[in-house]
Design a protein around this ligand. Structure first.
Ligand SMILES: Nc1ncnc2c1ncn2[C@@H]1O[C@H](COP(=O)(O)OP(=O)(O)O)[C@@H](O)[C@H]1O
Ligand SMILES: [Mg+2]
Length: 293
C-alpha cells in the first residue's frame, strides 16, 4: 500500500532486544504529518519520543508497521538506501549532540554541507548563525562553547544543507526563554520556506507554535491535537491538560532530586542554580498554559 500523506506513520512497533529480554518502546503508533507542517511530539521521559524520531528519520527500523516519507516506504529500505534517504532528506538535531568537539563551530556546520554538495556555504552559514545568535562563536572550538551555544551549533549544522525535513530531539533543553523565542522564530521561517519540522519537546513555548501536537505515553499515542484546536475541542483540551499536569508532577520530582543531588555534593552551586532556574521557568510556563490553555 502507498500513502498520500507526506509523513505517514502506521502501526509502528519497536522492540529493543537487550540481554535481559525485549523492551517495547513503541506499541503501535500511527499519525501523519503534512508537508510544511511543524509537528511536536510531547510525552514523559521514556514514552518513546527519541525512538519515534529515529525511525521517522531512517536511523533505526521499526520492528513492525510502516513508515512512508514523501511516498517512499522507508521501512522497506536496505541500509544503503536508508543512508541515501537520510542524506537527501533529513536534518537531525540530536539530544546528545552529534558535534565534533575539536573542530570549530563553523567547521561543524560546514561538514554536512560538503556531504550534500552545497556550494557557496559561507554566506549561508553566516546567515543561519546570525539568526540563531551564534555569529560571534563561529571560529571557536565546539568544546569551548556553553551547552546552549552547542545546541544552537547543532541546529545550524542540521539545517545548513537545506534538507526538506528537520527532526529535532529536545533542541531547546539547554536554552533560556529569550533564546527559545529566537530559535522558534528561526524554525517558523524554515516552515514558511516549505520545510517540514518535527520536534520532540517538553516545552510549551515550542508546542504553542506548532500545527500539531502528538502526545505519547508509554509507547502509545495518547492524542493528536491541532494547535488551534486546543481551545475549542473539550476532548483535546482535557487530554492536553492531563499531560500538562503529569509533566508538572514530573518537574516537581526533578526539582526534589536536584536538591538531593546538591546536598550530596554532586552538583556545584552554579550548576544547581542553573538547573533549578530552568526547571522553575518551565514550571511557570506549564502553569500558565494550564490556566489559559
Ligand atoms: N537502545 C535501547 N535499548 C533498549 N531499550 C531502549 C533503547 N532505547 C530506548 N529504550 C527504551 O525504550 C523506551 C523509550 O525510550 P525513548 O525513545 O528514549 O523515550 P523518550 O525519548 O521519550 O525518553 C524506554 O523504556 C527506554 O528505556
Ligand atoms: Mg528522548
Amino acid at each position: 500500500m502507498s500513502s498520500t500523506s507526506y509523513i505517514d506513520v502506521r502501526d509502528v512497533v519497536k522492540v529493543y532486544e537487550t540481554a535481559t529480554g525485549g523492551v517495547t518502546a513503541l506499541r503501535g503508533v500511527s499519525f501523519t504529518v503534512d508537508k510544511g507542517e511543524l509537528a511536536v511530539v510531547m510525552g514523559p521521559s521514556g514514552s518513546g519520543k527519541t525512538t519515534l524520531l529515529s525511525i521517522i528519520g531512517g536511523l533505526d527500523r521499526p520492528s513492525a508497521g510502516e513508515v512512508y516519507v514523501d511516498g517512499q516506504p522507508i521501512h522497506k529500505m536496505t541500509s544503503r538506501q536508508l543512508d541515501e534517504f537520510r542524506r537527501r532528506n533529513i536534518g537531525f538535531v540530536f539530544q546528545f549532540l552529534n558535534l565534533i568537539p575539536k573542530l570549530t563551530a563553523y567547521e561543524n556546520i560546514y561538514i554536512p554541507m560538503v556531504a550534500r554538495g552545497v556550494k557557496d556555504g559561507k554566506k549561508r552559514i553566516e546567515y543561519i548563525a546570525d539568526a540563531l545568535g551564534i555569529a560571534n562563536k563561529l571560529d571557536r572550538l565546539v568544546e569551548e562553547l556553553s551547552g546552549g551555544e552547542q545546541q544552537r551549533v547543532a541546529i545550524a549544522a542540521a539545517v545548513a544543507a537545506d534538507p526538506p525535513i528537520i527532526i529535532a530531539d529536545e533542541p531547546t533543553a539547554e536554552l533560556d526563554g529569550e533564546t527559545i523565542e529566537r530559535i522558534m522564530d528561526f524554525f517558523m521561517e524554515l516552515k514558511s520556506g516549505g520545510k517540514t519540522i518535527i520536534i520532540a519537546t517538553h516545552d510549551p513555548r515550542v508546542s504553542r507554535k506548532s500545527d500539531k501536537i502528538i502526545v505519547l505515553e508509554d509507547g502509545l499515542v495518547r492524542g493528536v491535537y491541532r494547535g488551534g484546536e486546543l481551545t475549542t475541542s473539550e476532548v483535546a483540551v482535557k487530554g492536553y491538560r492531563d499531560y500538562l499536569r503529569r509533566r508538572l508532577m514530573e518537574i516537581d520530582d526533578e526539582l526534589r532530586l536536584l536538591g538531593e543531588r546538591y546536598k550530596r555534593g554532586e552538583l556545584s552551586i552554579d550548576e544547581f542554580h542553573k538547573r533549578y532556574n530552568r526547571l522553575r521557568e518551565i514550571k511557570a510556563f506549564l502553569e500558565d498554559e494550564l490556566k489559559f490553555g
